[in-house]
Each structure stands twice: as C-alpha cells, then as structure tokens.
Design a protein around this ligand. Structure first.
Ligand code: GDP
Length: 459
C-alpha cells in the first residue's frame, strides 16, 4: 500500500475559543518547518534538540510574531504517527490557532485530511486497524463503559485475540499445503479428525466474540429503553425524576422541532436511551396514554422495558396485557407510589411474572439508586469487569467475524463429507482473510481510506 510521507498539519483541538489550541505537524519536513517559524530566547534551533522535549518561544511569520507558544518535539518512530512530529501549543483562540496553521502551511506543510495522522500511525505499523478504530471510539464515547471498552481495544485486546485465531488457522493451512506438496514424507491421513477439533474450538471462540455484539452495541450507544404502564401509573413522573436528577445529563438524540422522541439519561455510567418520550409526555388522550399498542411496537426494538405499576391500586386488564407482553423481554418492574398505602406488592406480582422488582416513589424520588444498581447488574454484571472480556462494538468487526465463522463452518462440512484436504484450505484461508480485515492486514486501500475519512480533523 503506497503512501506519502509528505508533511501534514492540522489543528487538533476543537474550533472554539479555549485555553489552549494545538497545531500538529507530522512528516519528513516537520522539523524543517518548525525551524523556519520558531524563535526562542536564544538562537535555538529546534531540529538540533533532543526528541521528547518541550520548548518555549514564539511562532513567527518572518518578522511578524503570531503567538507565544510551547513546542513539543517527537522524532519518529517514537511518535503517534511514527514520523517526525511537532506539536505547537498556542493560545486557544479560533483565530490565532488558524493563523498558526496557515503559517505552518505557508512554510512547507500541507493541510491534513481527516484522520490522516491515525492513518499514518496504522500504515507505519504503530497500531493495527482495530486499535486505530478504538481511537475514534474513545473520542466518541459517551459513558464510562464505552470508554473502558475502547481503551481496552486500543491497548490491543481485539488485536491479540484475532492474531491468536489467525495464527492457528495459518499453522494448519500451512501443514496441509506442505503435506499435499510432499505426500511421500508428510501424511494427512486422519488430519480431518484433528482439524475438526481445532476448527470447532476456533468457531466457539468466534461465537463467543459474536455473542458480545449485543452488549457491545449497548455499551456504545446506550440501552434502548421503553417505559410502559397503565395511565396514571407514574410514567412521566418517573421520567421527570430520572431527568431531573442532578447527575442526569440530558441530550436530545432525535427530536422533531416540538417533541423529543428519545432522551438520553446517564445513571452512574449506564446510558439509557428512553424511546418515545413524546408519547409519554404529551398525549392527553387517555386511551392513547395507555400506550399498550405503541409500547408493543417499541418493545420489539427495545433492549429494556421499564414497567411502572401503580402499587396503590389493584392490577387491572391493562396490567395483565403488559405483563403478557413483557414476559419474554428483558424488563424491570417498578412498584411505584410506595409512599401511599400498598395494594399491590412484590408477592402479589410474583404470582404473575418474575422479573427484577423495585419499590420506588417517583414523587418522593426513592428507589432510584436501587434501579441504577439493578441495571448495572443486568447489563454489565455489576462493576466494570473489562479485564479479560472483549466486547465487539464495531459493526465492521462483527461482519468480518460472521464471515470467518461461515467459512469455518464450511471447513467442518468438508471434513464431514470427507472431501479432499485442499477443500479445507480454501475455506481456512477465507476465514484467515476475513479476520485479517479486522486488524487491517488484508484490507484494500479504498476501505482504509473510507475508515479514516470518518475520523475527526487533526486526529
Ligand atoms: P402516567 O400517566 O403514567 O404518565 O402518570 P403520571 O406521571 O402523569 O402520574 C399520574 C399521577 O400520579 C400524578 O398525579 C402524579 O403526581 C402521581 N404520582 C406519580 N408518581 C407518584 C408517586 O410515586 N407517589 C404518589 N403519591 N403519586 C404519584
């Protein structure tokens, strides 16, 4: 894959007035460029300075002083991109930062494309593709769990696992190929049986990774949640209580001009995306407010159903309809209005359905903490247990794992049908290739470009 080592530059910080702005330069002329525009106290020449040092001074365009700065020097290969890299820390105004970038470009760099620094890091072997993708996931992560999982991926969790599986595939493919080339000395008799065990183990490992996809999506995007319950059970009160908590950060995910359709709530690192909040809030029509039909449609898509029960009055046909609807779903039952005298309690409900049940009062804001810990338990098995667990959070990785799984399935078929050994190797190599696309070893330039073009500017 050919690529350029010309010198690129970009603003790596956000384009808004702030304390510090960073302009990053990378490539073979990075030090030449900074030499032309840097002026220190003495006649210091930065290209003669040691790597990984920081220098105070000014950025100059000829005699014109642009800003007072700190300059960080990182010589390749010990930099993010693997190339000579210079970072200029300047004052974080939009205008001044742009002006410094313009000066850097005037003296020999060219503007970087989005993600070009990371692309170079990948092409220079500083990280594999799954790690480069983790970088952007870290930047985009919206909660504690997403961050943790992306950092693990950056540290190489996915890379390592895929590498192990690929090595095993390659070993057996090579053995078969060699044996077929040299049948007098190496025999493949009975190799199918041995291979069956290996492929079965590899398929189990891939399946295990694929099984994390659902949780991976939840980690990344939040738990798609619907709140159901009969009219006046306290759905909107609950929503308001959750939104009104000091710790809640509220953002509109998809909103029309008037109605917010989905709201994101952060509860101790767990992200809930509450669906159809407009339906809960704005519908005055009592029949519509039951929302059972609507809830049914939403429930199909949801990861979680929060069923609010009015514990101060008996269960009615609406409740039974809901109970039947949520039986097969991941659901939490909230016994609301526990500040009033109780008519429906846990024991009463358990006769009808077993799901985690929590007593709350949306009005008095009690039981919310227990709701949070129950959610953590349901979706993340309690605390952040990411130490050896790998979560597949990337759709591209999922597709590649699926392809590899299919190819290995074909190997199993060939073994079962006692096909000639060269049939095994074709499908083994297909699996090998598919997995290689995750780490970026078997991927075309176009796709690489497409992946990095989705990165931010300056990263
Ligand atoms: P929805 O129809 O399910 O959205 O129910 P609302 O949230 O509109 O609540 C219906 C009524 O019940 C309102 O008068 C609320 O103030 C009241 N309510 C909701 N939650 C509680 C609670 O925990 N305790 C008490 N005492 N009243 C509640």
């Amino acid at each position: 894959m050919g690529f350029r080592t010309d010198t690129i530059a970009a603003i790596s910080t956000a384009m808004t007035n702030s304390g510090i702005g960073i302009v990053r330069i990378s490539g073979e002329d990075a030090f030449d460029v900074i030499d032309k525009i840097y002026k220190g106290k003495k006649d210091k020449i930065l290209s003669e300075q040691k790597s990984h040092t920081i220098h105070y001074g000014y950025i100059m365009d000829g005699d014109d002083t642009i800003d007072e700065v700190l300059v960080l020097l990182m010589r390749g290969p010990h930099s993010y991109t693997g190339e000579d890299t210079v970072e200029i820390d300047c004052h974080g105004g939009v205008f001044v930062t742009k002006k410094i970038l313009e000066t850097v470009i005037k003296y020999g760099a060219r503007p970087a494309e989005p993600g070009e620094f990371s692309k170079r890091a990948f092409l220079n072997g500083r990280m594999d593709l799954s790690q480069a993708e983790a970088v952007i996931d870290i930047i985009n992560s919206k909660n504690e769990y997403a961050l943790k999982s992306s950092v693990n991926q950056l540290k190489g969790s996915v890379h390592k696992k895929i590498k192990e599986i690929r090595e095993e595939i390659l070993y057996h493919t090579a053995f078969i190929e060699t044996a077929l080339d040299d049948p007098e000395h190496i025999s493949v008799d009975g190799y199918g049986d041995k291979l069956r065990g290996v492929v079965d183990k590899l398929m189990t490992e891939i399946k295990k990774l694929l099984d994390t996809v659902d949780n991976g999506r939840i980690i990344r995007e939040g738990i798609k949640t619907v709140i159901v319950g009969k009219p006046n059970a306290g759905k909107s009160s609950l929503l308001n209580t959750l939104l009104g908590e000091e710790r809640a950060i509220v953002t509109d995910i998809a909103g029309t001009t008037r109605d917010v359709l989905e709201e994101n709530i952060q509860l101790q690192g767990v992200s809930l995306n509450i669906m159809d909040t407009a339906g809960i809030r704005h519908t005055e029509d009592i029949v519509e407010k039951i929302g059972v039909d609507k809830a049914r449609a939403n429930a199909e898509e949801a990861d979680l159903i929060i069923y609010v029960v009015d514990s101060s009055i008996p269960l009615d046909e609406n409740d039974f309809e809901i109970i039947n609807m949520i039986r097969e779903k991941r659901a939490i039952i909230l016994l609301n209005k526990t500040d009033l005298s109780t008519v429906v309690d846990k024991d009463e409900l358990k006769k009808w359905i077993t799901k985690p049940m929590i007593e709350i009062s949306a009005k008095e804001e009690t039981g919310i903490h227990e709701l949070e810990s129950t959610l953590k338990e349901m979706f993340y098995h309690g605390e952040l247990s990411f130490n050896d667990e790998i979560y597949i959070t990337n759709a591209r990785h999922k597709a590649a794992l699926n392809d590899a799984y299919q190819s290995l399935g074909k190997v199993m078929d060939s073994i079962g049908n006692q096909m000639p050994e060269d049939f095994f190797t074709i499908d083994l190599m297909d699996a090998y290739e598919s997995l290689g696309s995750i780490t970026g070893e078997t991927i075309g330039e176009d796709l690489v470009n497409e992946i990095f073009s989705k990165f931010c500017m300056g990263k």
